[in-house]
Design a protein around this ligand. Structure first.
Ligand SMILES: *[C@@H]1O[C@H](CO)[C@@H](O)[C@H](O)[C@H]1NC(C)=O
Ligand SMILES: [Cu+2]
Length: 161
């Protein structure tokens, strides 16, 4: 049986809803941005990053840059094989795969001496639509998010029946 137009629209709507509520945009360093002598590990601590979330690096163009590197380059602040260099001053990175991600600044000795390095761990699925500060709202949000996923799967099954 062919999918009805209504079901296709319903599925598309739910899918967009389910993905959009779960993506969070993180400004690296918050108001300080991507800068010298900021503790990015302290900034990342307590945050949960999920696939689909975004990292935004803000800095004056030319002063810094953002290099995606591997764990070795991160530890040693070497630039042997950066997997992409970003220089726009407003660099948005979408976290598209789970796992550890390493970012350093490749300008001067900013990585070695001025702490311009960030490592995060990206988890595969987002349980909540937004990073909540209180556990109460976060478990409520989790229920809502799972509800959407359930509705999505439900309508998919209906459409395929
Ligand atoms: C990182 O990349 C360098 C250069 O390609 C390589 O020598 C090193 O083994 C890599 N480290 C890891 C942890 O993959
Ligand atoms: Cu820098």
């Amino acid at each position: 049986m062919a999918m009805s137009r209504t079901n296709v629209v319903l599925i598309a709507t739910l899918f967009v809803l389910a993905t959009s509520v779960s993506a969070t945009e993180y400004i690296v360093g918050d108001g300080s941005g991507w800068t010298l002598d900021f503790d990015y590990q302290a900034w990342a601590q307590g945050k949960q990053f999920f696939v689909g979330d975004k990292l935004v690096f803000n800095y004056p163009i030319g002063k810094h840059n953002v290099l995606r590197v591997n764990g070795t380059d991160f530890q040693q602040c070497t630039l042997s094989s950066p997997n992409g260099i970003l220089i726009s001053g407003n660099d948005v990175i979408t976290l598209s795969t789970p796992g550890r991600k390493w970012y350093i600044c490749g300008v001067g000795k900013h990585c070695e001496l001025r702490n311009m390095k960030l490592v995060i761990n990206v988890e595969s699925m987002s349980p909540a639509p937004s990073p909540s500060t209180t556990s109460g709202t976060s478990s409520l949000a989790m229920t809502k998010s799972y509800g959407l996923v359930a509705a999505f799967i439900g309508s998919l099954l209906m459409a395929l029946a």
